[in-house]
Design a protein around this ligand. Structure first.
Ligand SMILES: [Zn+2]
Ligand SMILES: [Zn+2]
Length: 387
């Protein structure tokens, strides 16, 4: 039993235009006698590869009732019998869904359709564009996707910005392994931002994606070093270095105390609006300054890695300062999870929403548990296997 996928892309534009008067499907639900006729016909042409159709009709209906709408839609395209079991006005059914469920519906279809991805901005499927990489300029992407998907959700900083559909397409093309493999290689390529100089310091950045066990992982590496032995120490007032470990953990100033103070100030003002107790504010402040704390501890024990994790997304990070204290390496390992919808908690915890400020995430995102160090361990797992 196979999906008749060729017909699906033709049907999608019709589904995505809710205001057109379309005779989408046959009448709502078939009458029982009609169904029985179809099933008797299937029984007559007994085919052991279709054992599910040997089930009594009542049982089959009970099973299909439990299916998500996108699964039912796909099932309806497998054979005539299932088309009769699942038949309905698909356009109306999709329109009745909440926004979130509609996104999930399209995400469910996108999982099966290799040439499409779901857009959370316009709630539609967009066709794949094989020039669309995380490093592309917004203006280029704007030409391909007029809904301006750029301005909704993405993960990344100044050097590298990955969007949900890049991750989903990479996972899907990796799973299928038989199409757009050149594009997949581009999506999975390491992004190296050239070394640049900030006063008497030099800084480099690298983002290296991997797919392990059907999950999309990303390692980011920042290197900061002083050019001469006479310049100011790293992470002092004299150095200019900003760092973004994840949407929740950022270093605003090279001077650790200054960065901490700014965060406490903003969080304290925000806590008043949110009516937080002093204890809750302290807990959030402690969480928000984890990077500053780990850098400080790394400075106290040069040559040793210091590791910690974000409590609000699946990110581990580590800091190491060389014994001479002239080179700092900071790494972050992110797990963006498995194939899914842009509404999934794992993605949403990572993604920056253009509508919110950096500090809103502490009040907006709930804690997302992961075992400390598990993302880092998974990233280095040596034998990626397809799921
Ligand atoms: Zn869109
Ligand atoms: Zn985080």
């Amino acid at each position: 039993m196979t999906l008749q996928l060729k017909s699906l892309p033709k049907l999608l534009p019709l589904l995505q235009q809710p205001h057109r008067n379309l005779n989408m499907r046959r009448p709502r639900l078939p009458l029982l006698p009609q169904l029985l006729r179809v099933f008797k016909s299937c029984h007559r042409h007994r085919n052991h590869s279709r054992n599910i159709l040997q089930l009594p009709l009542e049982i089959l209906l009970l099973i299909t009732e439990k299916l998500a709408l996108h699964d039912m839609f796909l099932l309806s395209h497998t054979c005539r019998a299932f088309r009769h079991v699942t038949v309905q006005d698909w356009r109306a059914a999709v329109r009745r869904l909440s926004f979130r469920d509609r996104i999930d519906f399209w995400a469910g279809l996108a999982y099966t359709l290799p040439g499409f991805w779901v857009c959370s901005k316009c709630c539609k499927l967009h066709p794949i564009h094989t020039s669309d990489f995380p490093m592309c300029l917004r203006s280029s992407r704007g030409q391909w996707f007029p809904c301006a998907v750029d301005y909704s959700q993405r993960y990344g900083g100044d050097y590298f910005q990955v969007q949900h559909h890049h991750i989903q397409l990479a996972l899907k093309l990796s799973r299928r392994g038989n199409m757009h493999q050149k594009y997949l290689a581009g999506l999975m390529s390491t992004c190296i931002y050239p070394t640049h100089y900030l006063k008497r310091f030099k800084q480099s950045y690298e983002a290296e994606p991997r797919i392990i066990n059907g999950q999309f992982l990303l390692r980011e590496t920042w290197n900061l070093s002083s050019v001469t032995s006479t310049c100011s120490p790293l992470f002092s007032e004299g150095s200019v270095f900003r760092l973004r470990v994840c949407s929740h953990l950022q270093l605003f100033y090279s001077n650790l105390e200054r960065s901490r103070n700014l965060k406490r100030l903003i969080l304290s003002a925000r806590a008043q609006v949110a009516n937080l107790t002093q204890r809750e504010l302290m807990a959030i402040s402690r969480e928000a300054t984890l990077v500053e704390d780990e850098i400080e501890l790394a400075l106290e024990s040069p040559g040793w890695w210091r590791y910690n994790s974000c409590m609000r997304c699946h990110t581990d990070f580590g800091v190491m300062i060389t014994p001479g204290k002239r080179i700092a390496t900071i790494q972050a390992w992110h797990n963006f999870g498995v194939e899914g919808s842009p509404m999934d908690a794992t993605w949403r915890a990572h993604a920056d929403d253009a509508h919110y400020t950096t500090f809103e995430c502490f009040f907006r995102n709930a804690h997302l548990h992961h075992r400390h160090g598990s993302v880092r361990e998974l990233y280095y797992e040596s034998t990626p296997r397809a799921t």
